[in-house]
Design a protein around this ligand. Structure first.
Ligand SMILES: Nc1ncnc2c1ncn2[C@@H]1O[C@H](COP(=O)(O)OP(=O)(O)OP(=O)(O)O)[C@@H](O)[C@H]1O
Ligand SMILES: [Mg+2]
Length: 300
């Protein structure tokens, strides 16, 4: 069976030319269904860039991305938008909630854009909020909640429609240790339920929760190891150090040929335009599409 995610020889170059930044340098990575993967690396190593590729939020300069065996570069904007909406739940460090909507409305909003009927939306949004322990905070706005609670709203939003893949970029980066534990236990629960969870972090202790740890440095994968649950943060630090001294990237760097030029116009296309169905509670027109894109796709 094809991997859920298969990346081959992917490069991402920002600002091609004199000041170019090679944020991903021939990355190859396969992720199967129901894996729990941590992608770890220092600031600027290319983690978010990789996440943007995995989430079809941006397109690579070269290389191939197969999702369920289908080449993402051949997909239309509508198909990409469909994937982002149905297949992937995004969680970001900054929560990306809309400040003038309640917790319930924040979770409901993407469902409105996906054309889910009111009764079903209410059921899904309430279930998701219950799942993250916020049944008593449904009518609260983000400013009336703690950081941990806001992130739980963001998780509820990401999981309301049960996407098979959860992509989380530093989901605990703004949280204290108590909230961090809560969020990690929710993510572990989602993995136990059968979801594929990919978490990006610079924190070895967070990474120790995952069953596979992929280390990225200067845009290259420098180690990729399984974790049976017994690795401590120090073990992980040691592994990373060893891989740094070896400095042998494990993913294919031998082929310099750009195998697949992507159409950069696909980058960060709108996900949800023109799909609004009726909403009785608040005026969707008060929130413009770019704001929604920003909050759902984390472009900030
Ligand atoms: N839009 C952009 N334009 C130009 N360079 C960029 C852009 N986005 C990222 N970069 C550069 O690409 C490299 C990788 O950035 P990326 O955001 O992927 O790192 P990161 O590992 O997520 O870092 P952090 O832990 O700080 O979030 C960095 O050198 C960064 O400066
Ligand atoms: Mg980042």
């Amino acid at each position: 069976m094809a991997s859920l995610i298969e990346i081959r020889n992917m490069c991402k170059i920002y600002n091609p030319g004199e000041n170019e930044v090679r944020a991903l340098d021939h990355v190859s990575l396969s992720i199967g269904e129901n894996e729990f993967v941590a992608i770890i690396g220092h600031s600027g190593s290319g983690k978010s860039t990789l996440m943007n590729m995995l989430g079809c939020l941006d397109v690579p300069t070269s290389g191939i991305y197969l999702l369920h065996g289908s080449d993402v570069s051949l997909m239309t904007d509508d198909e990409l938008s469909d994937i982002r909406n149905k297949e992937i739940g995004f969680i970001f460090q900054g929560f990306n909630l809309i400040s003038n909507l309640t917790a319930f409305e924040n979770v409901e909003l993407p469902l409105i854009y996906r054309g889910v009927k009111k009764s079903e939306r209410t059921k899904l949004a309430e279930e998701a909020l219950r799942k993250v322990g916020l049944e008593n905070r449904m009518d609260h706005k983000p400013s009336e909640m703690s950081g941990g609670q806001q992130q739980r709203v963001a998780i509820a939003r990401a999981i309301a429609q049960a996407p098979p893949v959860i992509l989380a970029d530093e989901p605990t980066g703004n949280l204290d240790s108590h909230s961090t534990k809560e969020i990690m236990s929710i993510l572990k629960g989602l993995h136990a339920e059968g979801r594929t969870v990919i978490i990006i972090t610079h924190d070895n202790e967070i990474a120790a929760n995952a069953s596979r740890i992929v280390h990225i440095e200067d845009g290259r994968i420098t180690s990729d190891s399984s974790n049976d649950g017994h690795l401590s943060r120090d073990d992980i630090a040691r592994q990373i150090k060893e891989s740094e001294t070896d400095n042998h990237p494990v993913s294919g760097v031998e082929d310099e040929t750009d195998t697949n030029e992507f159409n950069s116009d696909l980058a960060s296309t709108g996900t949800v335009e023109n799909e609004v169905q009726g909403n009785d509670d608040y005026d969707i027109n008060d929130i413009n599409d770019s704001e929604i894109d920003l909050h759902l796709n984390g472009e900030n």
